[in-house]
Every structure is written in C-alpha cells, then in structure tokens.
Design a protein around this ligand. Structure first.
Ligand code: FES
Ligand SMILES: [Fe+2]
Length: 438
C-alpha cells in the first residue's frame, strides 16, 4: 500500500506496524511500573533542561528537577554548556536550589565547599584534613551529556546516549524554518495534576478527542482525520499536521466563515465577506497575505517558513514525554513528567514561545493576553487557575480517566485507527521496559 498524504509524503514510510499489545490500566498507577520507567526509560532519554535565553553569560545556570534527581546546566567560559548532577560530593547536599541564576562559583550551603563552573572543587574547609590529601582541583561533580537545539538546553543522564541531533531526527530538519532559537518564552506555567504522566501523553498522541473536547476549534482547524497527516518516525517521535485557517470537514457547514476565522482574516487585511460560502478557500488566501504583509510587518521568520507553516499546525510528540506544537506565530511545549513519588500524579508544564516582531509589546497566548517578555515560572495549584483553555479541557478529562483506568471494567483499550500513535507509544514503552507483550 502506498498512499500519498496531503503533505506529499509516502504514508507507509511513516506508518510502522504495531502489534496490538494490550494497554493495561496498571501502568497508570502501579509503583512497579513507575520504578521500571525510572530504571529503563528516564535515565536514558534526552530531557529539555531549560531555555538558552537564561544561559547568556558564563556562570549562568538553569536547574531541572526530575523526580528525585536534579541537574544543573552551566554556561562555561568558552561558551559551551555543561551539565552536572546537582549534588555535593562531600555529603550529598543538593547544591543549587534556584531554577535560574548565575554565579562564578557554586557554594554548598552545608560546609561551604566551592565548585567551579566546570564542576571542579576549588575550595574545601580544612583542605589538608583528608586521608587521601587535598581534594581541591581533583574532585569533580558528576557530569552528564548536554547539548542544545531549538533554543533549549538538553541533558541526558546516560553518558553513552545517542547524540542529541541524531536522537531528535527528523525534527531539526523539519523545523529549521521556524527559527525557534530566536524566540522568547512568554508563558511558563507548571502544575501538579492528579493523573499519571502517560494519560497526558495518550491525549496528545491522538486528535480523536478534538470534536468532543475542543469543538470550538473546528471553526478554524480542520480536525477531520481524513484530511490530517500522521507520521511516526523510527526515533519514536511522531507528527500530526492539521490544516489551520480552514473549518473542519466534519462540520455541517464547512464553508461558513465563523467569527474565529473572520478575526484571523481581518488581522491580515482580508475581508471575511469575500469568503462567505467558501471558507475553505481562506487558507490559501491567508498564506498569500501573510507572505506579502509579513514582510512589511517585520515577520522575519516568515521568510524561512513554508506556505503550509504560515497557516497549519505541526504537532509533534517526542518520545517519550514532550509535545511541541508549532503554530503559525509561535509554539507550545506541553510536557508531562512523573511525580517524584506518586504514580497517580504528574508535573505538567505548559510553555508558549513566540518570535520577535517589531513593535510587539503584547501577545495572545493560551492563557490570554500577556506582555511580550520573558515569563517567570508560575507554579499553579491544580484547579485554581487556568493552564490554558485547551489544556484545561484536556486536563479535566485526564483526571477522570485516571479513575476509570483502575476499574476491572477496563480491559486494555479499544482504539481507532487514527489513535495508532497511542498504540505505538505503549509498545515502545513495553519494549524499553522489557515488559512481556500481550
Ligand atoms: S555536603 Fe556540601 S560541603 Fe558538605
Ligand atoms: Fe486536547
């Protein structure tokens, strides 16, 4: 079988077979699963550690706490970035507590040992009082793999890990046109959500829920699965492309211009009236308008984006826990990480990252209008504040699913074809953990 997708690519190249392993409920709540994931998954994959915008000068650092581990990434004098486990070699005190900062030396709060940016010990109290001699200049923090891409610093606890660029394939090539590294994080919220991290993964690995959970999107995003491109890559990452600025083919009146589309048309100086009864022609017209007006308005990133990228949604789910949703004017990071101790909770992070445009002082984000400025991290208590209106809809169902998956009435999933990315995710996970198939 070889079917051309609308992106002009061969579907079967990116449509690997699945086995049909049962997706048992236990994986969403068992402590054994949680431990197996720590042992066989999390210590072997690349993690986003933070933004390069926070690592401008030598000594600048970012810290990423993951379950009970903590990693500090530090900009070096030669411009490189190195990552170390954030634990003092003396007696194990956590060294750096703030998630962003800068210092020439890291001083341990317990006995005052001082560590250089390169992880080498430069000062210890009573340095001559060690049976093996003075440890200064010899003791080194444990270093792990570190690299950069897309405006982010990444780390991997496995020093024998595949290089980041290879692990990310084919994203760097496909996303080069967006100029991600030149953008600014304008939204940064983090929340402990009462569900296992994989429930959020499953949600982002399918678009089957859009008509039921996010029906309002259909006026402006074509959520018809027959008009959506799904690709699953050998790396374990996958991509879904939906046409934007185009009403869904599922709608009773797909040719009507609803207010959401009219607003986008107006923003690009197109008259909604002209598209009355032929709304599905608006997408191409918008691409043209953005191409021309974008230059005048200083949208430099448009120069390197394709026509499709000017209107469409390129939604990537990276193995195992990172979603990167590329929109025409920015992108979202939607990440779910396991809770340090409770398999029925996770940490959900939502970032929105947007390009610089001359005169841009405010931007519309998933939580509303905010200043176009580097956002500080906000930790939200679940249910007390929005995490973004679409994310709120997703999280609301995730919590109920966590309950239902405990039931003896749930037998392991009954998926549609268009949810194949979920099936593949769980089979990759089974393989990584060495779980018997079945
Ligand atoms: S534990 Fe760090 S100096 Fe003692
Ligand atoms: Fe959703």
């Amino acid at each position: 079988m070889s079917i051309e997708t609308f992106m002009g690519r061969k579907r079967d190249e990116y449509d690997p077979p699945v086995r049909g392993d049962r997706i048992t409920g236990e994986r969403y709540y068992s402590r054994e699963w949680m431990k197996a994931e720590w042992d066989h998954l999390w210590q072997k994959v690349w993690h986003v550690g933070g933004m390069l915008n926070d690592l401008l000068e030598p000594g600048d650092y970012v810290v990423h706490n993951f379950m009970r581990e903590s990693v500090v990434m530090i900009r070096q004098d030669d411009g490189s970035i190195r990552a170390f486990f954030n634990s003092c070699l003396h007696r194990g005190n956590r060294l750096v507590w703030s998630e962003i900062g800068g210092a020439d030396l890291i001083t341990c709060s317990y006995h005052g040992w001082k560590w250089g940016k390169d992880g080498v010990l430069v000062h210890a109290q009573d340095a001559d009082d060690f049976p093996g001699g003075n440890p200064c200049g010899k003791a080194r923090l444990v270093e792990i793999a570190c690299d950069t891409w897309g405006g982010f610093v990444w780390y991997n606890m496995d020093r024998d890990a595949k290089p980041l660029a290879e692990w990310l394939a084919p994203l760097p090539e496909q996303l080069a046109g967006y100029q991600m590294e030149s953008m600014r994080r304008v939204l940064h919220v983090s929340c402990e959500v009462p569900c296992n991290w994989k429930i959020i993964r499953d949600n982002f690995n399918e678009s089957y829920h859009l008509p039921t959970l996010h029906p309002e999107l259909a006026d402006i995003i074509d959520d018809d699965h027959l008009d959506t491109s799904f690709e699953m890559y050998p790396s374990g990452h996958n991509r879904m492309v939906q046409k934007g600025c185009q009403p869904s083919g599922r709608l009773d009146l797909p040719d009507a211009v609803e207010p959401a589309l009219a607003e986008v048309l107006a923003a690009w100086e197109l008259d909604a009236e002209q598209f009355a009864g032929r709304a599905r022609e608006a997408r191409k017209a918008l691409q043209q308008a953005k191409r021309e007006l974008g230059k005048v308005r200083g949208y430099k990133h448009h120069d390197t984006m394709t026509d499709s990228q000017l209107t469409d949604y390129y939604h990537y789910t990276l193995w195992p826990n990172l979603t990167v949703t590329m929109s025409p004017d920015g992108f979202q990071i939607l990440r779910s990480e396991p809770h340090p101790t409770d398999p029925e909770k996770c940490i959900f992070d939502h970032w929105y990252i947007m390009p610089e445009v001359p005169g841009r002082t405010e931007v519309v984000t998933p939580v509303g209008t905010v200043p176009y400025d580097h956002a500080e991290k906000e930790v939200v208590v679940y249910g007390t504040k929005t995490l973004g209106y679409v994310a709120d809809q997703d999280m609301s169902i995730a919590v109920g699913q966590q309950q239902g998956l405990h039931s003896r009435g749930y037998a392991g999933g009954l998926l549609t074809n268009q949810e194949k990315r979920i099936q593949r995710f769980h089979e990759l996970l089974n393989d990584a953990l060495g779980v018997p198939r079945g």
